[in-house]
Design a protein around this ligand. Sequence first.
Ligand code: PEP
Ligand code: MN
Length: 353
Amino acid sequence: MIIVTRMDIPEHELGTICERVESLGLAAHVLRGIERTVVACVGDDARLADIPLLALPGIESVTPVLRPFKLASREAAAGRPAPIRVSGVTFGGQEIPVIAGPCSVENRDMLLESARRVGSAGATMLRGGAYKPRTSPYAFQGLGAEALEYLVEARHQTGLPFVTEVMDTRQVGLIADRADMLQIGARNMQNYALLAEVGRTETPVLLKRGLAANVTELLMAAEYIMSHGNSQVVLCERGIRTFESATRNTLDVGIIPVLKRETHLPVIVDPSHAAGRADLVRPLAAAALAAGADGLIIETHPDPARALSDGDQSVPLHEFAALMDRLRPFAQAAGRTFGSRPGTERPARVAVA
Ligand code: PEP
Ligand code: MN
């Protein structure tokens, strides 16, 4: 059951609603969106049926949720999209953020150069893997904590917030203190201990769709994070496993409008991992924008032929500005614009010396 409260509900009325719900043995999750606050009641809805909830002050409407995902359901935001802010960048609004940068942070120079160039080409956030989930244990595994230092430095120099992957519950504290956004990779979409741990932080999460996960499984993974207290989740379609081998994965464009119907969470698209080839990034990104994507995450590299991971799909840095220029009309045709870069003022985070 979702209780939508009045826009200006005072804290004590919110508290009374939660107490009433909890007294019936249900959990009350308060979700504070940019536009409104709702109380998601999780548990046996039947117990609420006999209570005249609308008689409580501050309540605007009460809606039952039949889907297994409650907090992630569209109803939880009164049937509207609920934008999410990440250090000055908004996902799910009229402006479309573009996240760009290398698959892995390989060294300080390549990261700083990447940040400068994607930023000046119009990217709104930086990406860069510090801890890498590689299929082979013998492949480059990422620079770890050293890479986090470079990411913090890149943010300091360029003003670009960054997202980086967290692979293990033991890394969550370290990364959440530094990053603007935590990425849960496709391979970890159903790592429930990890989902719960990032759910206990206040850092926004980029949740990538698992290689063979369906819509409900993706939204239940989001529900794990949200049910642990963190409602700032952005979903990412990054291609799924199919019989087709011409592309690394198959971009599931159809999931974008389906997710828009099912959830209030923003949905972005990663054309790089879907395609596996740099020349396909532009058409797949254009298709994503046309289908209503709320953002893009694109891999770039100063010299893809020498990349330590995902070189084949990395757009050369010198081509990134032209890529942005060619994608802009697609965003406009979809009634959106590419987001502008946030200011250099960052919220307080640990500055790594
Ligand atoms: C990545 O973003 O570099 C990555 C490993 O993505 P995914 O989890 O989608 O494969
Ligand atoms: Mn990659």
